[in-house]
Every structure is written in structure tokens, then in C-alpha cells.
Design a protein around this ligand. Structure first.
Ligand code: AGP
Length: 617
């Protein structure tokens, strides 16, 4: 979490810092600030801690103002230690302002270090853990160490994963960046006039397409046109820059009101993209060239564990159900924050598939690391190319949805599900669990998937009316069974995340085991009940809710008249093969959360207390 951007070049750093922070703001928007080394060699900081308005307020203050300098660092914060206010905003400075730092991560031993620093006479100006780093770097600089050496020394004192950038009045032409562990990456690039570094490649695109990713335990110095990489012992490292394949246009809203509405609308394209070069609609064949497993390994897999967090976990649940049903391999999906700590039995016969949009989620990376050490073949289903997860995994299955900026995951969910379904078909065929004809049949179904999802997008006005009604409830229940369970869980997650309405996702069969006690007129229930083998059971659940005075909305298949007879509201999704139903039922739930958020005056792109990339536990 938190976004970092740094610039060292021939021009005024201020507009570049603001532009860079806009690109990484999705990582945290509680506060924003910059520190610039001005023409006198002094460090000047400007910070705002106005919640979601911080960056815009900062921009209004500094753009076109008198602050200027060729070197600077900037930060957008997702608060962990200390309230959201100006004093806790980064960058933080050392006691005599000789050093400024911007930090991403958590300093686990900060209380102990803070006490030690206070005892030595340092006065703290914020409640953050990060300020400790500013003072530690400052003390090392004052002792005569170079900025690079000072940052390394400071980092050696702290516990926890960290990414930090720093400037010093002693070396005013330079920014130093350091990465320890997996707390978000640092990526660096340069052109003839400037060098830049950031938490995300997207922020570097206006400057260069050639970038270098810092590995944990590496430190970098940048100045105008020069980038120097070192290990923590000071040995120079040479790493060939890689070309960024991403597109800056993705980081713009275009004519859409929000990134989320743009990204919902992009889902048919995201599906196409996830199938490109894999599903061959002309021949009915399916290949997954990225899978780096031998035929022997594929045959010897006796279990698949999918892991991820939040929406990515829901994609993993879908993946587990299709891998098990098609490839006939026992498959489970497990929350990475549980998997990493429970000492699970993994090994060479368990294929572990991590699902992560960002490739930076701390818990997912830790679970992947555990799997790697246990000797499991390890795949990652991922959006952000070049992220840490690609380096931990044995192989990467890119989902290719295109950069997702809205905090709520939408198109990356759909593209991950598309990728996982293809993985299921691939494994099934490779193990002989399904015939070539069945592969061709499924590929034929996949050909229609973008248009089924397009048709689901047309439900906006019906879903908007339902959103108006559901926005009046304080509690909502989302029910599903089988492949619709992850959809129900996702619908509830989206509603909590965007509309701030308490919502629970449940297996419909669990109702009688306790949840029914909540039913009544104060809680509305959304039921995912497309026409399939579990439909009759879902109808019974709906009747039970109605019998207890609850209001019910059903996501049903077009033509289903029974749904209309039993429920208060029906959203009809297009008819499609049962295997693809989760793709069409999840879309109205995404729109429902988006529209409900708007009815309630929430900002769907910047839900409170959240950030797009969760790089701390
Ligand atoms: C949901 O809308 C969220 N964006 C969140 O649950 C997300 O899916 C989760 O934090 C995992 O992120 P990742 O895919 O980047 O690993």
C-alpha cells in the first residue's frame, strides 16, 4: 500500500511528482505530500492530509507555485500508524531537515526504535512508524555517511518489509531508493534528462518504457540521466532494463464517470484478451503455452490448492470448482493469510495456483513463498506483469485484462476466471480426463463468452432501480450454491467495499443452520439463481426468506417465470452454458454495488479505508 514517486532531472520536479503521484494514488489516498530539494539546496516539504482530496489539494497548492527544484520525492499514503492528517503525511524529515524520506511498509519494531531515538533527544513530529526511518537516515548522514550508506544502515535497524526513497541536502542531485522484503516494489527508469522511480511502472510511462525492478535487498541511486544499482554490501549490480508492455491510456478515465464503470464496461474485451493465443475458435483447440509443467508432473498432481485474497480468492474458488469438475483433481481454494500460517501439507504433487491482480499482495506472496519452499509446483494467475509474484512463481499465467485502477476489482476478476477455466480445460485434457471433442465443445462455448457478458452489461437500468431500493437497507444477504457461491461472496464483498452496507455472502444451504434467525423485513436478500441443477433448491431458499417477511431480489436466467412469482425483484441475465453462468451473474452484482454506492454518495473509485494494493499484512 502507499504510492511512491521520485524524480531527479534537468527540469522542475514538482509537476512530475504530482503527475507520478496521480498514477500511484490508487495505492493509498489518505494523504499526499512531496519533498523537493530547492535551488538553495534546502529540503522543502508540502503535505496534505485531507483524506481523498489530499492529492488534488496538494496539486492546487504546488502546481504553478514558487516551490521548485530538480530533485524530489512524493508519497500517497494508506494509513497504518497514526491518523489521517497533515502531520502524519509523508515525506517525513529528520530532526534538522537534512533528510526527507517517503516509506511504504510497516516498521514492526518502531516503538522500540522510537523510544531509543527519543532518549537520544530526537523530537518526533508525527505518530507514524515511518518517521523513525527519517531520523535513522538523518543520524547516519550527519555522521558523514553517504545517503546510500545511510539508507542501508537505517534499513538494517528495522524489522518488516519496506520500500523507501530518500533525499539529503548533502547530495542534492540524488534520490536513493531501497527495497527490503515484499512491501511493494520499486521500479526505476531514466531518459537523457531525468531518472525516476516509483511503486508502479505505470507512473514511469511518461518518462521511459525501459525499466529495472528492484529485488528485495537492493538499493538504487538516481540522478539526472543516471541509475546505479547496488546490493546492501555496496556491490554494483548490472541488470538489463526490460520494456514496459503496459499502456498509460489504461490509467485514464476517458468519458466514464469512474474507473470502476470503465473497467466494468471493458470486461468483454478483458475476456477476449485472456483467451488470445489460448483458445482457438477455428480449430476448437486450446493451448496454454505459459504452463511450465512436464507431462509427468501434470499426471502426478494429486491436489490443486488455489490461493489469494478478496476478489482474487473468489476467482480462485471458481477455479477450484472447474479444475475439480473438469480435470477430476481434488481442488480447494484457501485464503492466503490462513494458508501461510497453518503449516499446510504441500509438496511436489500439489499444484499451487496463486491468484493476484497486483502480484504484490503481502499474504499471497507469503503463501506462495511457503509453497515454493514446500517444493510444490507454483503458478500465478496475474495481471501486473513484472510484479514480485512473477519472480516467486515457477510460471505465470497473465490474465491480460489491462491495468485496473478502481480499487474494486472487476475486469481482473473476469479475466482471472477466464484464465482459470482455460487452465482447468488444459489440465483436464493433459490428464486424459476429457476428450478432444469436449475441449472443442468448451472452446465453442468460450467463443460466446464476451457476448454473454456484453448482454449482462446492458442490465444497467434494471440494476440501478434495484440499487435504489437496496440502498435503504442496513443489512443484506447474498446467497449462492455451487459455482454461484463465489459469485454471492463477491456480490457481498463489493457491496461492503463500495456502498459500506453490511452484507454477508452465504452458501444457501447453510441458512437453516443459524442464518435464518436474521431473516425479516429489515434485511434484504439477493439470490444468485440462474437456471441449473441447483435451481429448485434455490427456489426453496427464496420461499423460506419470503415466508419470514424478507424482501428478495433474484439474479435469474431470462425466461424464468417462477422467479418472478416468488421474488420481489428479478434481474434477468442472458441464457448461457452452465459452465459460464458465474461470468454473467457476477456482472449485475458489480453494477449493483457500483450503483448503490452512487445512490449513497460514496466514491466507488476510492472506498474509505482501502487501497488497491495491500502490501502489508
Ligand atoms: C476487491 O474489490 C479488492 N480489490 C480486493 O479484495 C483484492 O481482490 C484483494 O486485495 C487481492 O488483491 P490482489 O488481487 O492484487 O492480490
Amino acid at each position: 500500500m502507499c504510492g511512491i514517486f521520485a524524480y531527479a532531472g534537468d527540469e522542475n520536479a514538482v509537476p512530475f511528482l504530482i503527475e507520478g503521484l496521480r498514477a500511484v494514488e490508487y495505492r493509498g489516498y489518505d494523504s499526499a505530500g512531496i519533498a523537493v530539494v530547492d535551488e538553495h539546496g534546502d529540503i522543502r516539504t508540502v503535505k496534505r492530509g485531507d483524506h481523498k482530496a489530499s492529492l488534488e489539494n496538494l496539486a492546487q497548492t504546488v502546481i504553478g507555485g514558487e516551490l521548485s527544484g530538480n530533485v524530489g520525492i512524493g508519497h500517497t499514503r494508506w494509513a497504518t500508524h497514526g491518523e489521517v492528517n497533515q502531520k502524519n503525511s509523508h515525506p517525513h524529515t529528520s530532526h534538522n531537515s537534512s533528510v526527507a524520506i517517503a516509506h511504504n511498509g510497516i516498521i514492526e519494531n518502531f516503538l522500540q526504535l522510537k523510544d531509543e531515538l527519543i532518549e537520544s533527544g530526537i523530537v518526533f513530529l508525527s505518530d507514524t512508524d515511518s518517521e523513525v526511518l527519517a531520523h535513522l537516515v538523518g543520524i547516519a548522514v550527519e555522521s558523514g555517511a553517504s545517503l546510500r550508506e545511510s539508507v542501508v544502515r537505517a534499513a538494517a535497524r528495522i524489522k518488516g518489509n519496506t520500500a523507501v526513497v530518500a533525499v539529503s541536502v548533502n547530495e542534492p542531485e540524488k534520490v536513493v531508493g531501497l527495497r527490503v522484503g515484499n512491501a511493494g516494489g520499486i521500479v526505476v527508469g531514466s531518459n537523457a534528462h531525468s531518472s525516476v522511480m516509483a511503486s508502479d511502472t505505470i507512473a514511469l510511462l511518461p518518462h521511459t518504457r525501459q525499466v529495472v525492478y528492484l529485488e528485495p535487498g537492493e538499493v538504487v541511486e538516481i540522478e539526472a540521466g543516471a541509475v546505479r544499482l547496488f546490493d546492501l554490501d555496496g556491490n554494483a549490480i548490472y541488470r538489463q532494463p526490460v520494456e514496459i508492455g503496459r499502456n498509460f491510456e489504461a490509467a485514464k478515465k476517458g468519458n466514464y464517470a469512474h474507473f470502476m464503470s470503465k473497467e466494468i464496461a471493458e470486461q468483454p474485451d478483458a475476456i477476449q484478451s485472456a483467451m488470445r493465443g489460448r483458445a482457438n475458435f477455428a480449430t476448437g483447440a486450446l493451448s496454454l503455452p505459459e504452463v511450465e509443467l512436464t507431462q509427468h508432473q501434470i499426471k502426478s498432481i494429486d491436489r490443486v490448492v488455489l490461493t489469494g485474497m478478496g476478489t482474487s480468492l473468489h476467482a480462485g474458488m471458481f477455479g477450484a470448482s472447474v479444475i475439480e469438475s473438469l480435470a477430476r483433481i481434488p481442488s480447494v481454494a484457501e485464503n492466503s493469510s490462513e494458508l501461510r500460517y497453518r503449516d499446510p501439507v504441500l509438496g511436489p504433487k500439489t499444484l499451487v495456483v496463486a491468484v493476484t491482480q497486483s502480484g504484490e499482495t503481502a499474504d499471497t506472496l507469503a503463501a506462495m513463498e511457503f509453497a515454493r519452499q514446500a517444493g510444490s509446483p507454483l503458478a500465478v494467475v496475474l495481471e501486473i506483469d513484472g510484479s514480485q509474484a512473477t519472480r516467486v512463481a515457477d510460471f505465470t499465467l497473465p490474465v491480460r485484462a489491462g491495468q485496473e485502477i478502481g480499487v474494486a476489482s472487476t475486469k481482473t476478476l473476469i479475466a482471472s476466471m477466464t484464465t482459470l477455466l482455460q487452465l482447468a480445460v488444459f489440465l483436464a485434457r493433459a490428464r486424459g480426463a476429457i476428450s478432444e471433442n469436449r475441449v472443442a465443445e468448451i472452446v465453442g462455448m468460450l467463443a460466446g463468452l464476451p457476448s454473454y457478458v456484453s448482454a449482462a452489461l446492458d442490465l444497467d437500468s434494471e440494476v440501478s432501480s434495484l440499487a435504489g431500493r437496496l440502498s435503504e437497507f442496513a443489512d443484506l444477504l447474498f446467497l449462492g450454491r455451487g459455482a454461484q457461491l463465489p459469485v454471492a461472496l463477491e456480490g457481498a464483498l463489493k457491496m461492503k467495499e463500495l456502498a459500506y452496507i453490511h452484507a454477508e455472502g452465504y452458501p444457501a444451504g447453510e441458512m437453516k443452520h443459524g442464518v435464518n434467525a436474521l431473516l425479516g423485513p429489515d434485511m434484504a436478500t439477493v439470490v444468485c439463481a440462474p437456471t441449473n441443477n441447483l435451481y429448485e433448491k434455490m427456489l426453496s431458499n427464496i420461499s423460506e426468506v419470503k415466508a419470514r417477511g424478507g424482501e428478495v431480489a433474484v439474479i435469474a436466467t431470462v425466461g424464468d417465470e417462477s422467479a418472478q412469482r416468488v421474488a420481489d425483484h428479478v434481474i434477468y441475465v442472458p441464457e448461457c452454458p452452465e459452465l459460464l453462468q458465474p461470468f454473467v451473474t457476477v456482472v449485475p452484482l458489480q453494477i449493483l454495488a457500483y450503483r448503490t454506492a452512487l445512490v449513497l454518495g460514496r466514491d466507488p473509485d476510492k472506498p474509505r479505508n482501502l487501497a488497491k494494493t495491500v502490501t502489508v499484512e
